[in-house]
Design a protein around this ligand. Structure first.
Ligand code: SAH
Length: 222
């Protein structure tokens, strides 16, 4: 459906209602997760040229050659984190800030790291527009995690690594959860959920996905 939600609040309401229905059909039933997604207007995070597709079930291009994930993937990753309102969450790959905003609705605090300054600045202004006051951003290489703020209750990575970054595994508490895509840069990756136990990590593969790559190092220019 082609819509321009910025132009008409009623169009936006209908588009969000349809999105919630699609999420339910794909098995995302948790009322807190659905409520959070319902409360975050995706069009605010989508560039002007893609506004008509703000609520479509697809990933969309954003600045710096990156993408905003498709809604069902965002729903699936959010659900897999099993968030509580006491959780402190580390997110790697702020991108547009859409996933960040949904996390912020469900947990105590989100620490989010992005390697492109341009994207962080744009995301921060969206958080202000939506009055999200429980997000701290950082322009840096997220593969190192955020040792000063660790341990985290939950960690989410929204870019794909060939191997799980060791530093992140060290920064999640016992009983905590890490959700991330793992696999080759130019192929299908596995969305994984890792739960920290006394003996290591309990692994569960959730879905086949395609994410942009997790690239070590801060971006030079942007
Ligand atoms: N969750 C985002 C999706 C962003 S795409 C959204 O909802 O819009 C993945 C993001 O990860 C990109 O913006 C990319 O620049 C970032 N990224 C890739 N490697 C990174 C790294 N090492 N550290 C921090 N961010 C990284």
């Amino acid at each position: 459906m082609a819509i321009t939600p910025n132009d008409d609040p009623e169009d936006r309401r209908v588009a969000i209602a349809e999105l919630i229905l699609r999420l339910r059909r794909s098995g995302i039933m948790d009322k807190h997760v659905l409520g959070a997604i319902e409360s975050v207007p995706r069009d605010v995070f989508v560039p002007p040229e893609s506004q008509d597709h703000s609520y479509s079930e697809r990933a969309l291009a954003i600045d710096c050659g990156q993408t905003i994930s498709a809604p069902v993937i965002v729903g699936m990753m959010t659900l897999a984190l099993d968030l509580s309102d006491r959780d402190r969450v580390l997110e790697i790959g702020t991108g547009s800030g859409y996933q960040t905003a949904i996390l912020a609705r469900l947990c105590r605090w989100v620490y989010t790291i992005e390697r492109f300054r341009t994207l962080v600045l744009a995301a921060e202004s969206r958080f202000q527009t939506l009055r999200l006051a429980n997000v701290t951003t950082l322009v840096d290489d997220g593969t190192k995690g955020w040792p000063e703020e660790a341990p985290f209750d939950k960690i989410i990575v929204t870019a794909a690594a060939e191997e799980v970054p060791e530093a992140l595994l060290k920064q999640v508490r016992l009983g905590g959860i890490v959700v991330l895509p793992v696999g080759p840069q130019d192929g299908v990756q596995k969305l994984m959920r890792l739960t920290r136990t006394v003996d290591g990590f309990l692994e569960k593969s959730l879905a086949d996905v395609r994410f942009v790559p997790l690239i070590p190092g801060k971006a030079a220019q942007l």
